[in-house]
Design a binder for this molecule. Structure first.
Ligand SMILES: [Zn+2]
Length: 309
């Protein structure tokens, strides 16, 4: 299972520390003029989602599929790296939405995917005429639904449109592993096991998704954990909190024994370089926050790679 780091402009440049860095960028996590050429080094592969989640979550009217597509191409600038772009989906988030609103969201998700097919066809034509540089862009259709039947319906319709790559949204808020498994397997029964799952934060959920054979997940977990003063380790998986730091809500996540003042584990990650690196425990500076994020990223990825073996 591939791990995509979900990146926003204040995060570390993970690819400087990982040659095989797969990165997810959302148009809503960066400024409206940001382009990938701002990176000093390109990621190994890239996924550009539509920002659909953010528009719904913030109750903002979404742009049109054409505007989203243009922005996705703009972000990519003239860079030639393996890139997946996602259809503009309409996530179903609230418990308050009515059945009619939910159906509308699914219909709109399908209609937007149809429009991206047309936009891609238009774009390929231009490429053939030599007007634009050839990029390796792969469109991915995002399946939305609120239960097994609606997810299967949406997956079937998207498959009929000719898509061969699929992602599943709106699972992050479920929290119940068995329900996530059932929904993913329902979509896989229509489109095959090779699907991407968006916005996964729990390591247990990642494990489960790896077991059901999904192709990839994306997550902001390394930086989120760093912000909450968490230090992750793989082989074996362990997590520690930094003694003396305030977690508010998250504080209950750690027993006293897991709150450390000093580290004891020598770490092979790119920022610890084989040493016991107590700089990871320093609070209140961006520099040390980013060190923790890179360290956490290394271990999360390592853990996922061990599941595959
Ligand atoms: Zn480390």
């Amino acid at each position: 299972m591939d791990f995509y780091i979900s990146w926003s402009h204040s995060d570390p440049i993970y690819q400087l520390y990982d040659r095989q860095c797969s990165m997810l960028i959302s148009p809503t996590s960066i400024t409206s003029v940001w382009q990938i050429t701002r990176f000093p080094k390109m990621p190994y592969q890239l996924m550009i989602d539509s920002g659909g989640y953010s528009y719904v979550a913030n109750q903002q009217p979404p742009p049109t599929p054409r505007q989203v597509f243009q922005r996705q191409i703009e972000i990519l600038a003239k860079c030639d790296l393996p890139t997946t772009i996602c259809t503009l989906d309409v996530p179903i988030l609230g418990r308050t939405t009515t059945i009619i609103e939910r159906s509308k969201a699914i219909d709109k998700t399908i209609a937007n995917a149809w429009e991206l097919k047309l936009l891609m066809a238009e774009y390929s034509k231009k490429k053939e005429l030599g007007k634009q540089k050839i990029y390796s862009i792969k469109p991915m259709a995002i399946v939305q639904g609120y239960d097994i039947i609606s997810l299967k319906y949406c997956a079937r319709r998207l498959k009929e449109l000719g898509y061969t790559h699929f992602g599943i949204g709106s699972l992050a808020h479920l929290y119940v592993p068995n329900e996530i498994r059932k929904r993913v397997e329902a979509v896989q029964s229509i489109v095959g096991s090779h699907v991407h799952i968006f916005g996964v934060s729990g390591i247990e959920t990642m494990k489960l998704l790896s077991e059901v054979g999904v192709t990839s997940v994306d997550s902001t977990r390394p930086i989120k954990a760093a912000i909450y003063n968490e230090i992750l380790y793989s082989e074996p998986y362990q997590r520690f909190g930094i003694a003396g730091s305030k977690f508010s809500q998250a504080s209950s996540k750690f027993s006293q024994a897991k709150m450390v003042k000093e580290l004891t584990i020598a770490c092979p990650c790119p920022v610890c370089e084989g040493k016991v690196n107590n700089d990871l425990l320093k609070l209140g500076t961006r520099k040390h926050l980013l060190l923790r994020a890179i360290h956490n990223y290394y271990h999360l990825k390592k853990m996922i790679s061990l599941w595959v073996e």
